[in-house]
Structure formats: structure tokens, C-alpha cells
Design a protein around this ligand. Structure first.
Ligand SMILES: [Zn+2]
Length: 301
């Protein structure tokens, strides 16, 4: 978590209240994701972009709400899942972290091909079993384009989304971050024109961040008159625990647990989100079994 101590996102109001804009720097967070999951470069870029956008969307959540975004393409990376809360905690993983593809003709990591075609899902958990789910078809698999399309189609909010991860030849994450701009009700056609003109002029987000431009500085170039309303620290955090994982084991049922005892003399459960390995001894499995057996008995009685 220390690695992402410098990461943060900002929320601003711009265009005299006719737009809201977010920007973030996530170099530490993306490095942490890379380290935990052993991500190869194209997986680092795909998961890092998704995590950066999710982190900014987290600033739209109310206290106690959670957000899960899932990019489910048919490319070699498999599904990308990122989960965030209203306090800047982010976690995520990609199904196949070890994917290598030739670079694009312009020398970029080929995230679009690694992700492939499929769907983007956004699930907002508002607590008390209240959910909002939106989705759209992936447009390019380059992530930011897909979110731009998602906001336009699924939430009917004209938006511009950018996210980038710069990975060095030795696989080190040099910089990562992004922006998210949304036009609000009351905006005029000229506002969209102005944003488009500025977006075209700015070019690469990662290049600017790499040069030391701050998230606020980035937004100053992208939108007229942004006022920072909130700054939030971002960090990697997983909500898994030994108790939660033993609950999952218990749900597998007595037969499964007995098989683990017989074949492995214990169990190893890995949390997808943070790659933490939880080991359960034969005695612990036996205890679970006693609990599970009792449960089965109660159910049948
Ligand atoms: Zn975990």
C-alpha cells in the first residue's frame, strides 16, 4: 500500500457547472496490481486503464456504496474485473495475466486485441440489496473508448474518457492515470465542440503525466475553468479475509471438503483480487466439515 501513497484522484466542476471532470494519477496502484498478479505488459495496461477509470467512477459513489466494473472480451486476457468503494480503495484482476502480443503498428501495447470483442458491465452496489447494473458492447477493447461509449449509451451522459499506462521495456510501470469528463444537463452544443477541440490538442495523457503535469493541470488543459471540489487518495485494498474464504470453502459442501482432506490433506485458497494464498490444515478442514455436516443435518431435518 505504501507504493500507491502518491496516487490520488480529483473531482472538479467546470464550464460554469455545465460539466464535471475527474482526473487521477495511479502509478503506484497499477504497480501494486502488477506486482501482486505478476502482470505482463499488455495485461498491466488493460487492468491499469480499467482500474484508473474505476477509481474516478468511485468518486461518484455515495458513502458505503461499491462499484464493480467487468470488461468481458473474447481476447486472450479473458475477463478484467475491478472493484472499488467510496473511499478510494481499488482492487482488481485479469483472468490471464501472462499474455504477450506484438505491438501495434504505432509501437503501442495492443490492448484492443488482448481484450477482444464482448461486453462492458458496470454494477453499482447501493447496499440493502439495491443494485444498479448497466452494460454496453465493447467498441475497441482499448478500455477508455469503451467507457466513453458506455456512458453515452447506458447512462445517456455525453462523456470523454482517457486512461493510460506507460510500461517501460523492463516491465516497470513508469506512469499511469486518466481523466473522465461529463457534460451535465444544461450544456450547450458549443461546450461539446470546445471539449473536442481541446481533447484533440492534448494528445497523450501518459506523456503529460510523465512530464510531471498534475491531474489538476491535465484538466486545466482539457476543460475550461475547472474548480477542484475534492481530492481523494487512492490505494490498493482487498476486502478478503480468512473468515470469508473459509465461508466459501464451507459452501462447497461436505463432499468437496472430504475430497480435499483425502487428496491433499488440506486446502489452499487463493483470493483472485489480491493473490493472497490462504492455507487450511487438515484439522481446520475437519472443523469446517463438522460445521458443514451439522448444517446439512439441520437442513434435512
Ligand atoms: Zn483478497
Amino acid at each position: 500500500m505504501a507504493a500507491s501513497a502518491d496516487d490520488y484522484a480529483i473531482r472538479t466542476m467546470a464550464l460554469d457547472g455545465r460539466a464535471r471532470a475527474f482526473a487521477c494519477i495511479t502509478t503506484g496502484l497499477v504497480s501494486e496490481l502488477q506486482r501482486r498478479h505478476g502482470l505482463w505488459p499488455v495485461a498491466t495496461a488493460a487492468l491499469g486503464r480499467t482500474a484508473s477509470i474505476a477509481a474516478m467512477m468511485g468518486m461518484m459513489l455515495k458513502e458505503q456504496e461499491r462499484l464493480t466494473v467487468r470488461v468481458r472480451g473474447d481476447g486472450p486476457l479473458g475477463a478484467i474485473t475491478v472493484d472499488t468503494d467510496s473511499n478510494g480503495h481499488v482492487r482488481g484482476y485479469v483472468e490471464n495475466p501472462h499474455v504477450h502480443l506484438p505491438a501495434t503498428p504505432t509501437g503501442k501495447l495492443d490492448v484492443g486485441r488482448a481484450v477482444g470483442r464482448g461486453m462492458l458491465y458496470v454494477i453499482r452496489d447501493m447496499g440493502l440489496r439495491d443494485y444498479y447494473q448497466g452494460s454496453c458492447a465493447l467498441q475497441t477493447g482499448e478500455i477508455a473508448d469503451d467507457f466513453t461509449y458506455y456512458f453515452a449509451v447506458s447512462e445517456q451522459v455525453p462523456s470523454a474518457v482517457g486512461a493510460g499506462v506507460l510500461v517501460d521495456v523492463d516491465n516497470k510501470v513508469l506512469t499511469a492515470g486518466g481523466f473522465l469528463i461529463q457534460l451535465l444537463p444544461g450544456h450547450v452544443p458549443e461546450d461539446a465542440d470546445e471539449l473536442e477541440r481541446r481533447l484533440a490538442k492534448v494528445g497523450s495523457v501518459t506523456k503529460l503525466l510523465q512530464e510531471g503535469v498534475t491531474p489538476a493541470g491535465l484538466l486545466e488543459q482539457l476543460v475550461p475553468g475547472p474548480t477542484v471540489l475534492e481530492t481523494r487518495r487512492l490505494s490498493f485494498r482487498c476486502t478478503c479475509s480468512r473468515e470469508r474464504l473459509s465461508g466459501i470453502l464451507r459452501q462447497l459442501g461436505a463432499a468437496e471438503i472430504e475430497a480435499m482432506l483425502r487428496e491433499q490433506g488440506g486446502a489452499e485458497v487463493v483470493c483472485h483480487f489480491c493473490s493472497t494464498v490462504y492455507r487450511f490444515t487438515a484439522e481446520e478442514l475437519q472443523e469446517l466439515l463438522n460445521g458443514a455436516g451439522g448444517g446439512d443435518h439441520a437442513d434435512s431435518g
